[in-house]
Every structure is written in structure tokens, then in C-alpha cells.
Design a binder for this molecule. Structure first.
Ligand code: COA
Length: 106
């Protein structure tokens, strides 16, 4: 049986031009795919890849002042605001960050 597939967007890890020393989780979905939890599901997988597979200690996510949907996705990843109203090119950026929890000592 042939499965129908459709490209709806991406999520992944990269270096943002404004913060090249940090690892950023980013995403972008086509409008018909919004509102189904896909961005959160994909971003959670990226967060777990960063911490559990790549062994990173910290990740960030960069957005603009107007992008409240993305703020919400970042909050659902457990992130909190690190920098706000950062001027970059024609934008004012809000940046969320998350530290990897330290392993519990038993
Ligand atoms: C940002 C984006 C990926 C969100 O996709 P999505 O699949 O709708 O996201 P999710 O469904 O996983 O979660 C969206 C959350 O935002 C909430 N939300 C939706 N509209 C909102 C609004 N206007 N204000 C605040 N929160 C809003 C939803 O209720 C949901 O939170 P909840 O689960 O607590 O109810 C999508 O809007 C997009 O691709 N936008 C254009 C590109 C972009 O902005 N990329 C990111 C650059 S940082």
C-alpha cells in the first residue's frame, strides 16, 4: 500500500545568527498544520535529543515579541525567558533558555 505524505514543516537544532555560541531549537509549520500540537511534539523530541543523546547542558529558543504561539511552545518545553526585547536586524527578540537538569545523586 502506498502512503500519502505531505510536508508540513520542520523542527530541529541549529545556531541562530544572533546567538552563534548557543544551540537553538527552532520550528516552522505550514498554516493548515497549526493547532494540533505538532510543534510541541517535535520540539520535545529535539529537546530530548539535545540533552539525552547529544549531552548538551543548555538550549535556547528565539522568537519575536509578537509570536505568542511560539512562546507557549517554549513554555511547554520547560523553558523560561532568558533575554527580552533584544534588538537584532529588523526584529526585537525574546529568547527562552533551558538548562539540563543535573543528575540526582543517590
Ligand atoms: C509557532 C508554530 C510552530 C505553532 O505551531 P502549533 O502546532 O500551533 O503549536 P502547538 O499546537 O504545539 O502549541 C501552540 C500553543 O500556543 C497556544 N496558542 C495558540 N494561539 C495562541 C495565541 N494567539 N496566543 C497565545 N497562545 C496561543 C495554543 O493554545 C497552544 O498551547 P496549549 O497547548 O497550552 O493550548 C506555528 O504557529 C508556526 O509555524 N508559526 C510560523 C513560524 C514561526 O513562528 N516559527 C517559529 C519561530 S520562533
Amino acid at each position: 500500500m502506498e502512503l500519502a505524505t505531505e510536508f508540513i514543516g520542520f523542527a530541529g537544532l541549529s545556531h541562530h545568527r544572533a546567538f552563534p555560541d548557543e544551540v537553538e531549537i527552532g520550528w516552522r509549520l505550514a498554516l493548515p498544520a497549526w493547532g494540533h500540537g505538532y510543534a510541541t511534539e517535535a520540539a520535545l523530541a529535539c529537546r530530548d535529543l539535545a540533552f539525552d543523546v547529544l549531552g548538551l547542558r543548555r538550549i535556547i529558543s528565539v522568537t519575536t515579541a509578537a509570536n505568542q504561539r511560539s512562546w507557549r511552545v517554549m513554555e511547554k518545553l520547560g523553558m523560561s525567558v532568558w533575554r527580552d526585547d533584544v534588538p537584532f536586524e529588523q526584529w526585537r527578540l525574546r529568547v527562552y533558555a533551558l538548562q539540563r537538569p543535573l543528575p540526582r545523586s543517590t
